[in-house]
Design a protein around this ligand. Sequence first.
Ligand SMILES: Nc1ncnc2c1ncn2[C@@H]1O[C@H](COP(=O)(O)OP(=O)(O)O)[C@@H](O)[C@H]1O
Ligand SMILES: [Mg+2]
Length: 375
Amino acid sequence: MIHVTLIGTQDRQIEEMLRVSGIDSVRATAEAVASNPADVVVFDVRGEDGLPPVISSIKRQHPDLSIVILASKLEPALLLDAMRAGVSEVVAEPIDHEELARVVQRLAGTRVHTEPGRIHGFIGAKGGVGTTTIAVNVATSLGSVIKPERALMIELQNTAGDATLFTGAEPRFSIADAIQNTHRLDHVFFRNLVTQIAPSTDLLASPERAAASGLDVSRIKQVIAFASSVYKHTIIDVARTDRAMLEALDQLNTIYVVANQELATVRSASRIAAMLRERYGPDKIALVLSRSDRDADISQADVERAAGCSVAHTFPSNYRVALQALNKGRPVALDNHNDLSASFKRFANHLAGVRPARERAKSSGLFGRLTHSRS
Ligand SMILES: Nc1ncnc2c1ncn2[C@@H]1O[C@H](COP(=O)(O)OP(=O)(O)O)[C@@H](O)[C@H]1O
Ligand SMILES: [Mg+2]
């Protein structure tokens, strides 16, 4: 049985929300909790101006206590204060009873049977092939497909990457902070490490400066696992040249090698694909083609034959749109009406398991016609 203590709430609904999920709660004052801690404390700060200082003093006295904050808004300043005070989770309005119950159960250590999110990796066969462009834009599109759930892009490399250029983001923290603090990984901490790059998409950026000791394989895996417990879809832009990163990809559902129709890239793609198949099994490895060119000497079939795996998607070449996005620091996928962003959207739908409207309408067949459904 989980014991939850509610502090600072006049809202009877919170108790009811917990009760329907089989969680008993009692109300108490902050002083009472300090002397007699429960498993989880839910602190309602919706009427407050900022975070009451008593929260950090309770946490100091009882470091093992899990504290959940109910807030009226997810404000960065409040999140930062919450993180500093050692708060484990912030649940904001509109408060969803399933989310609240899930948070409390997880913090109380009971197993929650929610499926982990899906993780898709992209590795460029060569530098400049368009990997970061694809990762940023597919993550952006995925966010809008799965809204209100969120998508995450991780830039898995040990030096400053280009994701910030493509998104205009100015991250304060990076994957290196996540890796150095795996013992502190919880929702609030993680949410402070990421930067929003689109309405429903966050970025965990690469570090400005390389971590001297490099990045440790088992810790990279821990960060990826944690990300997939928070985000429904995680897209990883994997550095091709870093061994530790290439060895940390067990949890990925699919790893896409990004190629184009140039001889040197195809040769490199075939080497990387073979290495990845060897390590992770053939079912997990596929290709995507960047800047596809119908008139190229090397066809899609040639690339597939050379690399020994099929092309899951091709992205058209659109120099003008790609350059514009870079100049504005705004992902292509946020603008409609061009072939490149439509292509990102189609691939995002594929990854999310959403079929395009036309296909759905076709397959609804007789029943669809009878009910005049126009899905
Ligand atoms: N589909 C595309 N059409 C035209 N230019 C593109 C396309 N994708 C990427 N680019 C451009 O190619 C360059 C390299 O892209 P980038 O994503 O940084 O590659 P990588 O991460 O593989 O090094 C950038 O200038 C980008 O704007
Ligand atoms: Mg790149």
